[in-house]
Write a protein that binds this ligand. Sequence first.
Ligand code: ZN
Length: 135
Amino acid sequence: MHIARNWRVKKQRYSLTGEICNHCGSAVFPPRDVCPECAKPAYEPMTLRGLGEVYSFTTIYEAPTGFEAQAPYSLALVRLEEGPMLTAQLTDVDPREVHIGMKVEMVTRKLSQDGDEGLIQYGYKFRPRMMAQAA
Ligand SMILES: [Zn+2]
């Protein structure tokens, strides 16, 4: 059904909705209805917590058109606690402080705005997870 698919795409922008495979228990993200681990159907929705750590990263100094104001920024491969990996921009962090293994959490941020009254696109980014305050 088209409606169901649109609903899922929309929902995915605001939270990390993935799928859980009932056959092998793998978390699937982004939702693709087929488990990448065992190739069986995976339709059960699952909300991922949005917590993970930096698996690898790269810092962008020469940003593409439209993103200049954000440069330099870091793109990271984030491994979620549930297992799936995803690529996302890091925010609220000095690129020099990014390191592999850094604990991060998902935040929803405005990605771009199409004209004054245009469509505002939101998406997810990751920022360093707030740790207990050092004394
Ligand atoms: Zn599976």
